[in-house]
Design a protein around this ligand. Structure first.
Ligand code: ZN
Ligand code: ZN
Length: 419
């Protein structure tokens, strides 16, 4: 029997964590943090009750609480290169920036890094008598879906996944064979993504238009994943004006350059990285803000980082533009800018003169791909929908039960499901 316990990430996006008990072994899938308004952690589980941790990918909502087990524990943590180096980069930044009390410190992160085991996609790993295989998830470099086979049962956890290929990554590996259950994310269960090719073309031609008229385009973007995708899109479409990149993206790029196997087109990636100019000092920042160019800079939702500086210098001029390329969580400065064209400058809310546009460069499946994925699953499989807003988890589950006759539900945090 497999016993699945949901420790977080149910009807919410954040603090993803699931424990799976099989054959006297207990496997933990992700142990993330909630970053929404306050920092939040998954349901507690004692380290002595875990035999192995598998990280689906580096994002903090999947990894941010994991160092907690290394205050005392010595549990192996598995993932696909370059998950761990990106995880280390993100958690280090999280420890440095959060004003909130964390139940672990930098030393515990280091100790966690000493217990990392890199595994390639599709290699079977044995945890006792349980077989675990990681499959490409197409979400960020190193992202994985986790297939657990034990006691004659097969369970697939999609993690965050994207079935379509992007400039940076191959699409997720699908065709799972017969499953007893699938735990599936539902971030975009209520939205279809636009055609990627068309959107890339619109994006690049809009950027070109602004720059050729002497303007500067600010692209607020998360340093791990999205920034690299934007650079690859510009390169693939032969954008030949200056490109500046600021913030954590530089470190993330250096990591990815060491793992060309995790990228769809390593040549395109290295050309894109060589083309960009890296900003490391304030002088460069001021120079970039005055140049007709593209600036790719964190934070993706304008909650901090160098993008705040660029907003001040770029957004008050009509010939400039701010292009939002990530999902903007309600309540964030990015969302307010997207909806109302306003931004808080030194404590004052002001109307922005630069043109503000939104482009959907999502690295998650859209509604149609989520439905297609479930339509491809065998009829006996239980469907457990997680990682979505309250409406999204339950809507995808009820679509799966009503439209394709699957036994589907949106579990609650703390709930146990047995197979
Ligand atoms: Zn993610
Ligand atoms: Zn996530």
């Amino acid at each position: 029997m497999l016993r699945i316990r949901f420790l977080g990430g149910c009807e919410e996006v954040g603090r993803s964590a699931i424990s799976v008990q099989c054959e006297n072994r207990s496997i933990l899938l992700d142990y993330g943090v909630m970053m929404d308004h306050e920092v939040g952690f998954p349901v507690h589980i004692p380290p002595k009750e875990i035999d192995a941790v598998f990280l689906s990918h580096a994002h903090l909502d999947h990894t941010g609480s994991t160092p907690i087990f290394y205050v005392t524990g010595k549990i192996p943590v598995y993932g696909v290169e370059p998950t761990f180096r990106q995880t280390e980069l993100l958690i280090k930044d999280f420890i440095n920036l959060t004003g909130y009390y964390l139940p672990f410190e930098y030393l515990d992160l280091q100790s966690m890094m000493e217990h990392c085991v890199n595994v390639p996609y599709r290699k079977e790993i044995m945890v006792g008598g349980t077989k675990v295989t990681l499959l490409n998830a197409g979400h960020i470099p190193g992202s994985s879906q986790v297939l657990i086979e034990s006691d004659g049962k097969r369970l697939l956890y999609t993690g965050d996944f994207n079935a379509s290929q992007t400039q940076l990554l191959q699409g997720a590996q699908q065709g799972y064979g017969d499953l007893d259950a699938i735990i599936i994310e539902s971030t975009y269960a209520d939205q279809d993504h636009p055609d990627r090719g068309e959107m890339e073309e619109t994006f690049v031609s809009r950027v070109r238009e602004v720059v050729e008229k002497g303007g500067t385009v600010l692209v607020p973007s998360f340093g791990v994943g999205r920034s690299q995708e934007i650079l690859c899109v510009l390169e693939a479409h032969h954008f030949d004006h200056p490109i500046f990149v600021d913030g954590m993206a530089l470190k993330a790029n250096r990591i990815l350059a060491d793992y060309p196997g995790s990228l769809r087109d390593p040549d395109l990636f290295s050309r894109a990285m060589r083309r960009a100019e890296w900003i490391e000092q304030w002088n460069d920042r001021r120079r970039a803000a005055k140049t007709p160019c593209v600036i790719v800079s964190p934070a993706g939702m304008l909650k901090g980082g160098a993008a705040i500086f660029y907003m001040e210098s770029v957004s008050m001029n009509k010939k400039n533009a701010v292009f939002l390329v990530s999902f903007q969580i309600p309540g964030t400065p990015g969302r307010i800018l997207q909806e109302r064209g306003q931004f808080m400058f030194r404590g004052k809310m002001r109307k922005v003169d630069a043109s503000v546009e939104k482009f959907d460069f999502s690295s998650h499946c859209g509604r149609q791909e989520l439905r297609q994925t479930l339509s491809g699953v065998n009829k006996e499989a239980k469907v457990l929908v997680v990682h979505g807003s309250e409406g999204n988890c339950s809507n995808l589950a009820s679509w799966a039960s009503k439209e394709i006759g699957l036994n589907a539900q949106a579990p609650k945090t703390g709930q146990t499901v047995e197979l």
